[in-house]
Design a protein around this ligand. Structure first.
Ligand SMILES: NC(=O)C1=CN([C@@H]2O[C@H](COP(=O)(O)OP(=O)(O)OC[C@H]3O[C@@H](n4cnc5c(N)ncnc54)[C@H](O)[C@@H]3O)[C@@H](O)[C@H]2O)C=CC1
Ligand SMILES: O=C(O)CCC(=O)C(=O)O
Length: 421
């Protein structure tokens, strides 16, 4: 899919190259670090409940495993294609390195629309996907997890199907139901990480949560948990938008009531506790903090100059195009980048995987404490690099990640005098 002039993967490469320029990396080293290890595309055909054939494509791009098994979510969305999978897999490599967990990066999914499918058809599609991918995923090779339109239930199906083939394998997938070897705290982890890095940024600026208003785009796993946790710290969530519309309330929305509404109605539209607005207006809402937590390219060259927030926390992956990023930076808006801001999910996925491997359970308090510690330490590490290089947080996060991945990748091969790490 084309995003403006460039593809999503090219956008990712733009960010990578800005950091690679700062590190003075040669073309050879850039190629080593950017080339995906494996790209798998499969055909998924099922007979739906209505008796008709449904025909989909499934993808898994395994980008890099220099630092450990590859890790990343599965997205079920009509826009899923090889470019999306590759771009998102790339981001996973840098994200796992930013939070310093022993994984590489991968991503995949199916170009289906779960909103229009029965649960039984979704189960069939998931099962077929695992049958096609079973040779390339596994607890020590590539470990999927939830992303857009996938959840704990789907992860449970994946674990079951893979275990039919490989024997009992809870570690093949994370984000599973807690009753099926999932981890306490994983469902809310990405939102919790967003809350934690935002706390660091506010502290830096001498502000508290109680001082700020927040707008959230996307009210799924990431957006709803971020909103809930940020509101619980005392901030006012004054506007929320999703694919069905937007709702606002200057005094602050009742986030728990909104979550209950969305669980029943599959969208924020019609929520009686606020005023309706057109969804795309969320980006330019008059607030202190903007949390894009839906899809890519939400903040782009057309709307970046209208952003009113002074901090943007990227709950979503790639919500800001490089053109928009330049505009936000030039306007002095602090952008906490995806590969740092939304890394709480994969961090607790790592905790889940270690619990599975050790056949041991952590309680929620331990998971949350370890997550909070790692997210704040990662924010500070990125800030330190930003200060060292006199650059923005996104470029600093890439510099930090490229150094870590580069050291591991090049220690595995004979590279000689060309090794810049
Ligand atoms: N689930 C996770 O643990 C993680 C998710 N992410 C990223 O966060 C983002 C959201 O993922 P989830 O919350 O898991 O997905 P989800 O499927 O739970 O929720 C997606 C949300 O985006 C909204 N949305 C879709 N199209 C929209 C549009 N055009 N305008 C406004 N809202 C729209 C949907 O209505 C829904 O509220 C994605 O970019 C994903 O890659 C990043 C890290 C971890
Ligand atoms: O939890 C995981 O393994 C990956 C989550 C994910 O897909 C992401 O961080 O974008």
């Amino acid at each position: 899919m084309i995003h403006g002039e460039k593809t999503m993967l090219e956008h990712g490469h733009t960010y990578f190259n800005k950091a690679a320029d700062m590190l003075g990396l040669s073309d050879k080293i850039r190629t080593i670090l950017l080339a995906p290890k494996r790209i798998v595309k499969v055909k998924i055909v099922i007979e739906g409940e209505d008796g008709r054939l449904q025909n989909y494509e499934g993808y898994r791009v395994q980008h890099n495993n220099a630092r450990g098994p590859m890790k990343g979510g599965l997205r079920f969305h009509p826009s899923m294609d090889e470019d999306h999978a590759a771009a998102l897999a790339n981001l996973m490599t840098w994200k796992t390195a930013v939070v310093d967990i022993p994984f590489g990066g991968a991503k995949g999914g199916i170009n289906c629309d779960p909103m229009k499918m029965s649960r039984k058809d979704l189960f069939q599609v998931t099962t077929r996907f695992v049958q096609e991918m079973k040779e390339v995923i596994g607890p020590t090779t590539d470990i999927p997890a939830p992303d857009v339109n996938t959840n704990a239930e789907v992860m449970g199906w994946i674990m079951h199907e893979y275990s039919q083939y490989a024997g009992f394998s809870p570690g093949v997938v994370t984000g599973k139901p807690v009753d099926l070897f999932g981890s306490e705290g994983r469902a809310a982890a990405t939102g919790r990480g967003v809350m934690e890095v935002l706390a660091e940024a506010l502290t830096e600026q001498g502000k508290a949560y109680s001082d700020v208003t927040v707008a959230v785009q996307g009210f799924g796993n990431v957006g709803s948990n971020a909103a809930r946790l940020i509101a619980a710290r005392g901030a006012r969530i004054v506007a929320v938008a999703d694919h069905t519309g937007g709702v606002s309330r200057p005094e602050g929305l009742d986030v728990e009531a909104l979550a209950a509404w969305v669980a029943e109605h599959r969208g924020v539209a019609g929520f009686p506790g606020g005023d309706a607005f057109e969804s795309s207006k969320i980006v330019s809402w008059e607030v202190n903090i903007l949390v894009p937590a839906a899809l890519e390219d939400a903040i782009n060259a057309d709307n970046a100059s209208e952003v009113k927030a002074t901090i943007v926390v990227e709950g979503a992956n790639a919500p800001t195009t490089p053109e928009a990023d330049e505009i936000l930076n030039a306007r002095g808006i602090l952008v906490i980048p995806d590969i740092l801001a939304n890394a709480g999910g994969v961090t607790v996925s790592y905790f889940e995987w270690t619990q599975n491997v050790q056949q041991f359970r952590w309680d929620e308090a331990r998971v949350n404490a370890e997550l909070d510690k790692r997210m704040s330490a990662s924010y500070r590490a990125v800030r330190e690099v930003a200060t060292e290089y006199g650059t923005d947080l996104r470029t600093a996060a890439f510099v930090l990640a490229i150094r870590r991945v580069g050291k591991a990748a090049l220690a595995r091969v004979h590279i000689g005098a060309d090794n810049p790490f």
